[in-house]
Ligand binder design. Structure first.
Ligand code: FAD
Length: 375
C-alpha cells in the first residue's frame, strides 16, 4: 500500500510573500532608477488566478490590462487551450495523447507548432545528457504519477527494466516533409510526456501575446514557471521567492529578481508517495537512466534563462542529477542554477552557480536578454 501526496499549491516558487516587497527603499520616479526601483507605483492593477493543467496560475498586470480582467482571462484561456491541445496527456484528443495511442511505427502527422516544441525539448534534453527525457511517460505511469492513475505497489525490477526498453530520446524521430511534420516511433510502445515543460511553454506563449499587445509590466506564474517583465505594482523589480522545502508552503528560502528573464523550479517534495511497507519515499521525478524516482537529498532546482520552456526543461533534468552536478553544469555552461538539498542534520542548504548571483542581488541589471518564445 502507499500513501500518496500531490499538493496543489502555486508551485515550489512562492509568489505571495515577496512579489510586492521591495528592498526597503521608497519608490522613485522612472529615470532615476536605482536599486530595485524601476517605475512609479501603479494606480491600476489587473489580476486573475485560477486552475489549469491540474495546478494553479496567477497573473498580475500593473498598469492594467486593456479590456480588464475579462480580456486577460480570455487571452490566458486561449493560450492554455493552444498548449493543452498540443501537449496534454490528460486530454485524449490532444496531439500528444493521440500519438501515444498510435501503437505503430508508421508516420504520425503533427502540427508544426508541436514539432517546434518537440525540437526545442530535444535540444534541451541533449544539453543535459537526457536527464530530462520526453519519452519518460511510460515510467511515469508505471510509478503511478501519470494520467493512468495511482498504483498500489511499487513496480518490480523486471517491470522497470521492460519499460526502459522503449524509453529514450533515440526511440522516436521527428521529420518534416512537404510542409508537414511527422513523429515516428521505433517501438510501437513509445510515448511522449511533455508535462514537465507545459507550464513554461504556456507562460512563454502568454508573455509573447502580452508583448504583442504592448504590455510593459506583468507577472505570469503557472505552477513553477514564471515570466515577468517591467515593474511590480509598487514600481519595483519583480521578486519571487524560492520556497523553503521544509516549510510546507509557509516560508521563502531565497528572494530572486528575475529581471525580465524566465524562472522555474522543479521540486521533488510536492508530488510523491511513501510506500507504507518499506517507508521508502518516491518522487514524481524519474531518473531515465535508472527508470526509478530520484532518491537523493536534492529537493529543488531553480533555473533562470531566456524562456520558461528552457528553464522548465532544464530544472527537471538538473533535479535528476542532484545539486552538485547541476551547479557544476551551470558553472561550466554559464547557466543560472540554484539547488536546495537536505543535509545530514535535516536542514535545507543551498548551492548555486555563478550566473545565479545577479538574480539574488535585486538591483537593476541592464544587459539581460530573452529571446522570443516558440510560435
Ligand atoms: P515538473 O518537475 O516540472 O515535472 C515533473 C513531471 O514531468 C512528472 O510529473 C512527469 O510527468 C514528468 N517527468 C518526470 N521525470 C521526468 C524526466 N526525467 N524527464 C522528463 N519528464 C519527467 N495533471 C492532472 O492531475 N490533471 C490534469 O488534468 C492535467 N492536465 C495537464 C495538461 C497539460 C497540458 C499539462 C502540461 C500538464 C497537465 N497535468 C495534469 C500535469 C500536472 O500538472 C503536472 O504535475 C505538471 O505538468 C508537472 O509539472 P510540475 O511543475 O508539477 O513538475
Amino acid at each position: 500500500m502507499r500513501t500518496v501526496t500531490k499538493v496543489l499549491t502555486a508551485s515550489a516558487l512562492s509568489l505571495a510573500l515577496l512579489t510586492f516587497s521591495g528592498c526597503g527603499q521608497k519608490p522613485e520616479p522612472v529615470g532615476g532608477a536605482t536599486g530595485d526601483v524601476v517605475a512609479q507605483p501603479f494606480a491600476e492593477v489587473t489580476k486573475i488566478n485560477g486552475q489549469i493543467f491540474g495546478t494553479f496560475y496567477y497573473i498580475t498586470v500593473p498598469g492594467g490590462y486593456p479590456g480588464g480582467e475579462d480580456t486577460l482571462r480570455s487571452d490566458a484561456q486561449f493560450v492554455f487551450t493552444k498548449v493543452g491541445n498540443a501537449i496534454s496527456t490528460f486530454d485524449p484528443s490532444a496531439e500528444i495523447a493521440r500519438f501515444n495511442e498510435h501503437h505503430s511505427t508508421g508516420d504520425f502527422p503533427i502540427s508544426s507548432y508541436l514539432a517546434n516544441v518537440i525540437e526545442e525539448v530535444q535540444r534541451q534534453s541533449r544539453r543535459i545528457g537526457m536527464a530530462m527525457d520526453p519519452t519518460v511517460g511510460p515510467l511515469v505511469n508505471l510509478w503511478g504519477f501519470g494520467p493512468k492513475g495511482q498504483i498500489e505497489h511499487s513496480p518490480t525490477d523486471e517491470q522497470v527494466a521492460e519499460t526502459k526498453e522503449y524509453v529514450g530520446l533515440d526511440k522516436f524521430s521527428l521529420r518534416r516533409a512537404g510542409g508537414t511534420a511527422f513523429l515516428v516511433k521505433s517501438d510501437p510502445r513509445v510515448e511522449l510526456d511533455l508535462s514537465t515543460i507545459g507550464e513554461g511553454l504556456a507562460a512563454d506563449e502568454l508573455a509573447a501575446l502580452m508583448d504583442r499587445k504592448g504590455i510593459a509590466n506583468y507577472m505570469i506564474a503557472i505552477a513553477g514557471a514564471i515570466r515577468s517583465k517591467g515593474a511590480n505594482p509598487e514600481g519595483k523589480l519583480w521578486r519571487v521567492g524560492i520556497e523553503d522545502p521544509l516549510s510546507h508552503g509557509q516560508k521563502v528560502f531565497a528572494a530572486v529578481c528575475p529581471q525580465g528573464m524566465a524562472i522555474s523550479t522543479a521540486g521533488s517534495y510536492r508530488n510523491f508517495f511513501v510506500d507504507d511497507e518499506t517507508n521508502q519515499f518516491y518522487s514524481h521525478v524519474i531518473d531515465p537512466e535508472t527508470g526509478r524516482p530520484i532518491a537523493h537529498r536534492t529537493v529543488s532546482v531553480s533555473v533562470v534563462d531566456r524562456a520558461a520552456l528552457v528553464t522548465d526543461a532544464l530544472d527537471t533534468g538538473l533535479l535528476v542529477w542532484g545539486a552538485q552536478k547541476a551547479v557544476d553544469w551551470g558553472n561550466k555552461n554559464d547557466v543560472a542554477v540554484y539547488a536546495i538539498e537536505i543535509d545530514d542534520k535535516g536542514q535545507a542548504k543551498e548551492t548555486h552557480s555563478r550566473a545565479f548571483d545577479i538574480y539574488l542581488k535585486c538591483k537593476v541589471h541592464q544587459n539581460l536578454t530573452q529571446t522570443a518564445p516558440l510560435e
